[in-house]
Design a protein around this ligand. Sequence first.
Ligand SMILES: Cc1ncc(COP(=O)(O)O)c(C=O)c1O
Length: 409
Amino acid sequence: MSDLAIHGGPKSKTTPYSRPNRYGELEKRYVLEALDDAGLMMTNGSMVRRFEEAAAAAFDCRHVILTTSGTTALQTALVALGVCEGDEVITTAIADAGTFMSILAVHAVPVFADLHRDTVGPDPGSVEKLITPKTRAIINVHMAGIVGDMDRFLEISERHRIPLLEDCSQCHGGKWRGRCVGTMGRAGAFSMNESKHMSTGDGGFITTSDDAVARLARLYIDKTYSRGETRRGDEVLLFAAINARPNCLTGAVALAQLERLQENLAARDRIAQRYLAELAGLQHLRLPQIHPDAGCAWWPLPVLYSGNEPRRDEIAAALHAEGLEANSALSPTPGNLHQAVVKDRKYFAERDAIPHFLKDVEYDEWSCPVADEIARQVIRLPVDFRFTDQDIDETIAGIHKVWRHYFGE
Ligand SMILES: Cc1ncc(COP(=O)(O)O)c(C=O)c1O
């Protein structure tokens, strides 16, 4: 007789996951300070600058530039790295759409590297094979807070003289040999939407220690206005740019969230370490393989289920029925190559015309087999800094219960 909840047995998770409001007195204090300041626009109030200075000190880089989202942070960084129309930018076959949409936004050609099973980020071997004379940047996405072998990426970037842009949206505060992610490549880009370690509801920022990159990034997010260096009326617009200026309310919340980051990371680490220790050795379950020099900034933990029977979706359904949050996707889509915007080059909302810079590009939807396998196998286990010990006890007990039922463990 099965005692699985999916067959009518008692649920493993007896209470909802604990998620109290992540914003508190600190955020309120800084938001009120921003409202009492000289204005909310970043050029009038001080909160955007205060966040940028505090974040540059925390991550140990020369510049932090706050923007409106992770996507605009990436887009801005690509422009600042000199990416032009028709250039190729290598990224990963599975990540949030914002990563490759930022490439399309600057009229560059996204090229998709296959994934690495240990990190679920881009495989450096696959990245290197895709380099051509047109490659102008490589985006290494630190997926799910897992830091892969950065030495490989840095070595490839240096040997081919192609700048590395680190997408740290899912990896705030992650480290490699003690250095923060986002500070090893020429630039880093972070999202602060509400699923992220630091959240401003929506928001993002760029990290760089390259003064020229920082200057271009600041110009790009502000229509290339020089802000004070030129008399109003005499502005000279330098190149086509956008408005991705953050305001001081975002700066205020970002500053408070930055101050909470280390505590947040420690709580996430305790949870992830429990999963890694207490789920090790379960049949057909592959846990991420972490390099000893990596300091991960855990996000929902992707594990790979490789059994044939039952199928992954049946396992996920059984876990859900137990009351567990177990998401069976690494990202919102099953993979970038399977989206019409990529495979059919469907660029415009209301027209089927293929833009000039994508005219000669062809995508093979099935060119990233590891990514497709990961999409079929992944189960994401919940990691949230607000969880209680009971949340994790019950989650791990529920996983063991499901495994006992199907595999007799
Ligand atoms: C890896 C990665 N890159 C980029 C983004 C885009 O960030 P945003 O939603 O802030 O534009 C996200 C957001 O989920 C992400 O996870």
